[in-house]
Every structure is written in C-alpha cells, then in structure tokens.
Write a protein that binds this ligand. Structure first.
Ligand code: ADP
Ligand code: ADP
Length: 227
C-alpha cells in the first residue's frame, strides 16, 4: 500500500497549445478509493497514465510513498492497471491468465497458486479457472482482468473506465464487486469514469476535472450536499 501525490503535474501533448492536464495537485491516501470523474476529454486518462508512467509529465512531479516516480518507467512503479478493453490472453485459461505475470517474476509455484486462488475467491471466479476467456461473459472477463492485476499485489491499483463495455445491469453489479474487492484488499486505488453515479457510489472521495483542471475533491456526501 502507498500514498500517491501529484505535485503540479502537467501534460502538454506535442503539437497542442493547451495542457491536457494543467498543474494537477492531488493527494491520495493509503488505502483510499479515489474516483476521477469528468466529461470526455477533460484529462482523466492522461492523469492516470502519467501516474502509471505511460505518459510523460512535462512539468511538476508525481510521488508514490514519497518516492519521486516522475521519470521512472512503468515497470519500476509498483502499479497495476485495468482498462475497458480487458485484453486477456485468449489461448490461456483463467488460471493461466491470472498466474502469468507471477510466472514471469519467477514467483514460486505454491505462492502463485495461493495468490490466484485467493483472488479467484474474492472475484467469484473459482469455478471458471479452467475456462478460456471466450467461454466467459463480459463481466466475468472483466473480473479476470482485475484478478490478473491484483495477484501481483501492487502498491497502487488503477482502473480506466473498466465497466464501460458492460450492459447497465452488469455495470451496477460489477460496481459493488469492485468496491468490495478494493475494501478487502485495502489497496490505494484511482478509478476513472465519466459516469457521475459511478463516481458518487464507489469513491471514498471524488475528484472532479474539467478542461484539464481539477475543480474540486471531496467525499460524495460533501459534493452531494454542496449547492
Ligand atoms: P479523458 O480521459 O477525460 O477523456 P484524456 O486524458 O484522454 O481525457 O484527454 C485529454 C485531452 O488531451 C483531450 O483534449 C484529448 O483530445 C487530448 N489528447 C489525449 N491524448 C492525446 C494525444 N496522444 N495527442 C494529443 N492530444 C491528446
Ligand atoms: P505449467 O505450464 O508450468 O505446468 P500451469 O499454469 O499449467 O503451469 O499450471 C501450474 C499449476 O497451477 C498446476 O500444477 C496446478 O496446480 C495449478 N492450476 C492450473 N490450472 C488450474 C485450475 N484451473 N484450477 C486450479 N489449479 C490450477
């Protein structure tokens, strides 16, 4: 687990005049579930990708647990990320998909097994471990993608619109599964969505962005009560 701090982090894409993210100042607490919300194009993904090391930081800095990670490559940051297009390995079973990153790290087999079984139990995937992704529903696949991310036990967990490919009913179900998972793991989490209801129901705190600028950060309750 870890805290995250954006310190005036700015991203100006080459060939553009206006920053996609402008002097972002934001602190995320240890074990906190922070939701970054705002309309399409407001800079949510860019903010998340800067934290993951997938996007350059042109000005300012980003810290994970007081370590300046601004110029570190993605692999040197202890972060796992889940996207909307979950991109599982089609030729591998659910078990193998979840075990893959651990195998690459030469994690002992019994430990891989322990971690995969634990994640599968949390995500209600136990009965699907032997299946290939194509034999799963969209919601199940998305849960496998999350399982694959969390078995590594990263310091920080990032999700970018993970529910946008699911139908409305499944979205609501998966929302609460993610919230439960995050609470059980107690992992510092940043979750990006354009959906205000998702933001207000899932986040410990909600950060609202508009045109690359952070507008306000507060608990859902406080944001709701504000005129
Ligand atoms: P969001 O995730 O809120 O939809 P993004 O972070 O994807 O917003 O985009 C923020 C702004 O940066 C938008 O105006 C978008 O068009 C622009 N942008 C995103 N990626 C690039 C890129 N690779 N090159 C130039 N502009 C980009
Ligand atoms: P390898 O190719 O190195 O044998 P596998 O991923 O095929 O690795 O399996 C490694 C171990 O993981 C197996 O010996 C087994 O204990 C466990 N395992 C694989 N698939 C499943 C599954 N569906 N359910 C439970 N355990 C599994």
């Amino acid at each position: 687990m870890a805290t995250v701090r954006y310190d005036k982090a700015t991203r100006i894409y080459p060939g553009t005049s206006r920053p996609a993210v402008d002097s972002l100042d934001l602190e995320i607490g240890d074990g906190e579930f922070l939701v970054l919300v705002g309309p399409s194009g407001c800079g949510k993904s860019t903010s998340l990708r800067m934290l993951a090391g997938l996007e350059e930081v042109d000005e300012g800095a980003i810290y994970i647990e007081d370590r300046d990670v601004t110029n570190l490559p993605p692999k040197a940051r202890d972060i796992a990320m889940v996207f909307q297009n979950y991109a599982l390995y089609p030729h591998m079973t659910v078990y193998e998909n979840m075990a893959f990153a651990l195998k690459l790290r030469k994690t002992p087999k019994h430990e891989i097994d322990q971690r995969v079984q634990k994640a599968a139990a949390m995500l209600q995937l136990e009965e699907f471990l032997g299946r290939k992704p194509k034999a799963l529903s969209g919601g199940q696949r998305q849960r496998v993608a999350m399982g694959r991310a969390i078995v590594r036990e990263p310091q920080v967990f990032l999700m970018d619109e993970p529910l946008s490919n699911l139908d409305a009913k499944l979205r609501v179900q998966t929302r609460s599964q993610i919230a439960t998972l995050q609470a059980e793991l107690g992992i510092t989490t940043v979750y990006v969505t354009h959906d205000q209801i998702e933001a207000m129901t899932m986040g410990h705190r909600v950060a609202v962005m508009l045109d690359g600028v952070l507008q306000q950060v507060d608990t859902p309750r406080a944001l709701y009560d504000r005129p």
